[in-house]
Design a protein around this ligand. Structure first.
Ligand SMILES: Cc1cc2nc3c(=O)[nH]c(=O)nc-3n(C[C@H](O)[C@H](O)[C@H](O)COP(=O)(O)OP(=O)(O)OC[C@H]3O[C@@H](n4cnc5c(N)ncnc54)[C@H](O)[C@@H]3O)c2cc1C
Length: 495
């Protein structure tokens, strides 16, 4: 994976850039010490590292605006960063770019119970929002597994999801308004506390834009009343394809569970070895379905889901009878990624989304691809949303293994697109899937997306090298018809 070649002239101006930044924010908010900068060299896509030119930690919207204005006027690139938990390399620094970290903007500014919303700064962690309102019986619904660490600014940029997004929607469905600083330093407000807005839905455009359009400095989030009761079902299947069919059947019956997660045998055993949640080990697939609402509705739906599961070949069904048991049912799922980390020195977490009815076919094909590439794949994913997270196990110490894992991941994502799905469900494109964009979009689509970015960031200084393939045309990336063995554009490098 290649990044844009660093601009030597910018690198030569490093001391001048650092000195200028120190006039815009408090001096200790600019980090240029090479050792201290190592903290920022990677995000959760740890296969890639790059120390930034410098890091700035602004403490207010005005400081963000001042830094962005200076960088744009002086042609310096910028990479925004929240907590650095991105799994697609969205926060990966560039050698010739200033990293702007949002960690000092970490206050809950307002809780408005009358309007059921809260106004928070971008560096507030996802979980801290719920913690701030739970005493009054409210919560913030999107719940990425990383919620203890990831920030709401990062969630906005990635349109993050989580277990409960099946029923309550992704980040985009739970954000009412944004304050954002444009690359030229202008501060804009998109949306607000109310539902309606005039003009285009620019709030919707910015959510999921991966730090390419502006830096979000304030977020108005929707608060939901916590459900009266929640129950979870642990459903075992002898054949994982039966489990996949059951997922589609539950939704087809008109039931939208609060969460519906599927784990394969390898994931079940890894979790069981790690946290001992009491999962049945003799299953090929384990479905965790959560229903919430008022008690009568919940009890009725638990019965309905059990019937559908048994009709689709379930071999065991257990329903939680109290909160301790419900949390135990979830404990293995919540620890599944960490548990998979014990199976091999490295894993590569893929994120693609497919229509639910394609789950059996895609699971079968992934098993075939795993065998073909000789790398084990562990599956634990948001089955209700059709959002797959195959974990490809590999050892980066073995020469060439990272590349093999990436090639397998690429084929899995192409498979998602081929069955009518998309390249990402919640982790974003970043650098990880950048060069697969041509498998999803044609030249015209990508040109329109670039035009949209240019409307916000005409100089292309915000988070360059992410999302868009480095070469300009899809044909240049290699998605082309080769006639008579002749490769078009033979002089172009292919990544
Ligand atoms: C163990 C683990 C589990 C995870 N589980 C989930 C999951 O269940 N669901 C899910 O969706 N994701 C998950 N993730 C991925 C990650 O946590 C999310 O993408 C998260 O939203 C990133 O937030 P962050 O604050 O760490 O952002 P960063 O990683 O710092 O940045 C992510 C992107 O947002 C941009 N950005 C950050 N802040 C701003 C801002 N204020 N303005 C503009 N752009 C900004 C960055 O430039 C970058 O492109 C998981 C990650 C890990 C490590």
């Amino acid at each position: 994976m290649d990044m844009p070649t660093p601009d030597l002239a910018t690198l030569a101006r490093r001391a001048e850039i650092v000195a200028a930044l120190r006039t815009l924010v408090t001096a200790d908010s600019v980090i240029d010490d090479p050792v201290a900068l190592r903290v920022f060299e990677s995000d959760a896509l740890t296969a890639y590292h790059q120390v930034p030119l410098a890091t700035v930690l602004p403490a207010s919207t005005e400081e963000v605006a001042a830094v962005l204005r200076w960088c744009t006027t002086n042609g310096v690139k910028v990479v925004p960063r929240g907590a650095g938990t991105s799994l697609s390399g969205g926060a990966l620094p560039l050698a010739d770019a200033v990293l702007i970290g949002m960690s000092k903007l970490s206050r809950v500014l307002e809780i408005d119970y009358d309007n059921r919303c809260a106004v928070v700064q971008p560096g507030v962690t996802n979980l801290a929002i719920t913690r701030a309102v739970e005493a009054r019986g409210f919560y913030y619904a999107p719940d990425p597994s990383s919620q203890i660490a990831c920030t709401i600014g990062g969630n906005v940029a990635e349109n993050s999801g989580g277990v409960h997004c099946l029923k309550y929607g992704l980040t985009t469905n739970n954000i009412l308004g944004l304050e954002m600083v444009l690359p030229d330093g202008e501060i804009v407000r998109l949306g607000g506390k109310g539902m309606g807005d005039s003009g285009y839905d620019l709030r919707g455009v910015v959510i999921g834009s991966e730090g390419l359009l502006g830096i979000v400095t304030q977020v108005t989030v929707r608060m939901l009343p916590a459900p009266q009761v929640a129950r979870a079902l642990l459903i075992g299947f002898g054949d994982i394809e039966d489990a996949a069919r059951c997922v589609a059947a539950v939704i087809a019956a008109g039931i939208i569970p609060a969460g519906m997660e599927l784990m394969d045998r390898a994931a079940v055993n890894a979790s069981e070895d790690f946290v001992h949640a009491g999962y049945p080990r003799d299953v090929a697939g384990l479905l965790i379905v959560e229903l919430d609402g008022v008690p009568a509705e919940c009890d009725f739906l638990c019965g309905e889901v059990e019937n559908i599961a048994r009709g689709n070949g379930a071999t065991s069904v257990a329903t939680s009878t109290n909160e301790t048991e419900r949390l135990r049912f979830w404990a293995g799922r919540k620890a599944a990624f960490a548990a998979a980390g014990r199976l091999a020195p490295d894993y590569f977490c893929i994120d693609g989304t497919i229509p639910r009815r394609e789950l059996p076919h895609v699971l079968r094909e992934m098993t075939r691809l795993s065998g073909e590439y000789g790398l084990p794949v562990v599956n634990v994913f948001h089955a209700g949303d059709g959002n797959l997270h195959p974990l490809i196990l590999y050892d980066s110490n073995e020469p060439g293994m990272l590349e093999t894992a990436e090639a397998l991941g690429g084929d899995i994502l192409r498979l998602c697109v081929a069955v009518g799905g998309v390249l990402t469900g919640e982790h974003g494109v970043g650098v990880e899937k950048r060069d697969l964009m041509c498998d999803m979009f044609g030249d015209d689509d990508l040109d329109q997306q670039r035009a949209l970015k240019a409307a916000f960031d005409p100089a292309g200084l915000l988070n360059p090298g992410k999302v868009f393939p480095l070469l300009h045309r899809c044909a240049e990336m290699g998605r082309m018809h080769i006639h008579g063995g002749k490769l078009p554009f033979p002089d172009l490098p292919r990544f």
